[in-house]
Design a protein around this ligand. Structure first.
Ligand SMILES: [Mg+2]
Length: 230
């Protein structure tokens, strides 16, 4: 990782807590429909609906809310009252108002790297929601550019690299999702460091181990510093 010029950070579960909030909302949602279906069955119905809707709604809380409503219709066979629907909307709004909790070491790492690299945020999710989180995080001052992406496939990273006028070999992506943050970047010839988070959305997990000369795993985000400045 000698010639790195741009370091891009994933946001959710890399810079700040995200997935635990979704799990909490999901649990409340499944409990809401307990009279109709056991909680784990509602969870798998919801997951199916979410995946089916991804290409229409993209990632983020608003899509999650619409998928909850659709799942209510499926699970209750269209018999649920508006009160149940309102509850789901409430769970979504609670998510949109969650505090932004930085993960340990994040600010220290950004402070340390800021002078030496161009730092970027590369995240999926709803535009307004991610902007809100960035602002609440107090981290905006560290970043040269914020990219809120509809997806994190190779073509999306190519667009980002072009925008940044950066060659893949000069680019390092750091994130918690092997599927979205690591594999597409390696595929393009970039560098990637995986910083695992203790829970990951099922959709973001992959079966295989990653082995690649441009790839490393860091136990915590702070370990990035010793990888970059050995
Ligand atoms: Mg993430």
């Amino acid at each position: 990782m000698k010639n790195i010029q741009v370091i891009a950070f994933d946001a959710d579960d890399t810079l700040w807590v995200n997935e635990p909030y979704f799990r909490e909302a999901e649990d409340k949602f499944c409990a809401l429909l307990q009279d109709y279906l056991p909680m784990h069955s509602t969870a798998s119905e919801l997951f199916k609906v979410e995946i089916r809707n991804l290409s229409l709604y993209g990632y983020g809380i608003k899509g999650f809310m619409l998928s909850m409503i659709e799942t209510i219709a499926v699970v209750t066979e269209n018999t649920a009252s508006m009160a149940v629907v309102n509850k789901a909307i409430e769970f979504g709004k609670e998510l949109l108002n969650k505090p932004v909790e930085l993960l340990p070491g994040v600010e220290e790492v950004l402070q340390n790297l800021k002078g030496d690299y161009r730092l970027v945020v590369a995240t999926k999710g709803d535009l307004l929601d991610q902007e809100r989180k960035l602002q609440k995080s107090g981290l905006e001052k560290y970043f040269h550019h914020i990219e809120i992406m509809s997806d994190k496939k190779e073509k999306d990273y190519l667009k980002l690299l072009k925008h940044l006028d950066c060659q893949p070999q000069d680019f390092l992506m750091i994130g918690n999702s092997l599927k979205s943050d690591i594999l597409p970047v390696l595929q393009l010839g970039g560098h990637a460091v995986h910083v695992p988070y203790h829970i990951t959305w099922e959709h973001e997990t992959i079966e295989n181990n990653v082995e690649h000369e441009n790839f490393a795993t860091a136990e915590t985000i702070t370990d990035i510093l010793s990888l970059l400045k050995p």
